[in-house]
Write a protein that binds this ligand. Structure first.
Ligand code: HEM
Length: 419
């Protein structure tokens, strides 16, 4: 086993080197996955946009930058998240990882009918009345975290505020007591980075450790809720399991999905937004002068610096689109972050303008996988921005922040600010 693992490790290293070499030779799509180019995906998108509407990568997959085409493909029923044979697409890595590191897919990575069934079971947790019910927790947590952060001579917006806020909210939604926010943030980073494909054995191990710890945590909670149900989502799912609507493994993966999707992205929405404000102080002043601009500001951050930069689909039949022939099971990458900067839809797209009238971004995707948590993310970001605007006169980072070095998820490692 050890020798087999070492061999896989070597192949992954070679693969990373190949991607980097192709990127260095000027290949724009490889650059999305390689340092240092991936830190500025927008100039890559701009170059791609000057080419055909669908670009074929040297690695065999296809990429789409246009808003209209991304939206059409996401809503097109011929496209799915798995191949005809049910295999998950591997864009940035080959399926080299040993089977015992494999992570069980959540309904985000499943097609109908399993996707439809599991999504329907999770949906009630996000009804408008439930979302409104989380307002008090979001407001209270926001104020407590800011009280603590702003009492320090300097603070890190990511670890002191942007990450713990959504972690607290999603933990309440799931009924997880005594949350260790730092540990959860670590799991989030491991699972979030895995969306790029697992590119090293070290990463595979971190991913497996995070998954196993989450399994143990949710396993205990499921036992508890079976004995003593509460008003939380896990209790509702446990009761659905009792009537045979989902298996225990599906219940576990659904909890994992809700937890990780629930904070990894929202933390980056707040972080990316504050970094955008740091670069556009006039927009910060505008928000401070008129907090009613907060909902528009949230949409503008999602368009301008989307926390999820891309997703992918595979046609289950041959498809002819924009003059391009897409074979059955070809991987099509929809660049949601590029769609947000499409000049055909957004005027002056590289300008950060919290009052812009055109806010029809694809940051929450579209079609059957449209983000289930979008109303919750909007609520959290709205309350967070209003509170920050109220209490932080200027957004002046103490150092230029670094991006996290991931491709699918776009977020900062830290954002150090002075109150
Ligand atoms: C700024 C915050 C967020 C962003 C940018 C975001 C983005 C996305 C995107 C792009 C997808 C679909 C991916 C695809 O089409 O392949 C998605 C799906 C999903 N999101 Fe979010 N999300 C956010 C917050 C949340 C929150 C707060 C929750 C839950 C509490 C959540 C739960 C989910 C779930 C369960 C799915 C899977 C839906 C399905 O497959 O049917 N998200 N999200």
């Amino acid at each position: 086993m050890k020798i087999a693992e070492a061999r896989v490790g070597t192949r992954l290293t070679v693969q990373r080197a190949v991607v980097w070499a192709v990127a260095a030779s000027g290949d724009q799509l490889a650059r999305l996955a390689a340092a240092p180019w991936r830190d500025d995906p927008y100039s890559i998108y701009e170059r791609l946009r000057s080419g055909p509407p669908i670009t074929r990568s040297r690695f065999g997959w296809y990429a789409v930058t246009g808003h209209d085409l991304c939206s059409r493909i996401l809503r097109d029923r011929r496209f799915h998240v798995r191949s005809v044979d049910g295999v998950e697409p591997q864009v940035l890595t080959e399926p080299l990882i040993p089977a015992d590191y494999a992570v069980t897919p959540t309904f985000l990575e499943l097609d109908a009918p399993d996707h439809t069934r599991l999504r329907a079971l999770a949906r009630p947790a996000f009804s408008p009345s439930k979302i409104e019910g989380y307002r008090a927790t979001v407001t209270k947590t926001t104020n407590e975290l800011l009280d603590r952060a702003l009492a320090k001579p300097e603070f890190d917006l990511m670890t002191d505020f942007a990450a713990p806020l959504p972690i607290a909210v999603i933990s309440e939604l799931l009924g997880i007591p005594e949350v260790d926010a730092d540990r959860f943030a670590e799991y989030g980073r491991a699972l979030g980075a895995a969306l790029d494909g697992v590119t090293s054995l070290r990463q595979a191990r971190a991913l497996r450790a995070a998954t196993m710890e989450l399994r143990a945590l949710f396993g205990d909670l499921i036992q508890e809720r079976s004995r003593e149900p509460g008003p939380d989502v896990i209790s509702a799912l446990v009761s659905a399991m009792g009537t045979g609507k989902l298996t225990e493994l599906e219940l576990l993966t659904t909890c994992e999905l809700l937890l990780i999707a629930g904070f990894e992205t929202t933390a980056n929405l707040i972080g990316n937004g504050m970094w955008a404000f740091a670069r556009h102080p006039d927009q910060w002043e505008r928000l401070r002068a008129d907090p009613e601009l907060a909902p528009g500001a949230v949409e503008e951050i999602l368009r301008f610096e989307s926390p999820v930069q891309m997703t992918q689909r595979m046609p289950h039949e041959e498809v002819e689109i924009e003059g391009v022939h897409l074979p059955t099971d070809s991987i099509v990458v929809l660049l949601l972050g590029a769609a947000g900067r499409d000049p055909a839809v957004f005027s002056d797209p590289d300008r950060f303008d919290i009052g812009r009238p055109d806010t029809d971004h694809l940051a929450f995707s579209s079609g059957v996988h449209y983000c289930l948590g979008a109303p919750l993310a909007r609520l959290e970001a709205d309350i967070a921005l209003r509170a920050l605007a109220d209490r932080l006169p200027t957004v002046r980072p103490l150092a230029t922040p670094e991006w996290r070095g991931t491709t699918v998820i776009r977020g900062l490692k830290s954002l150090r600010l002075r109150p």
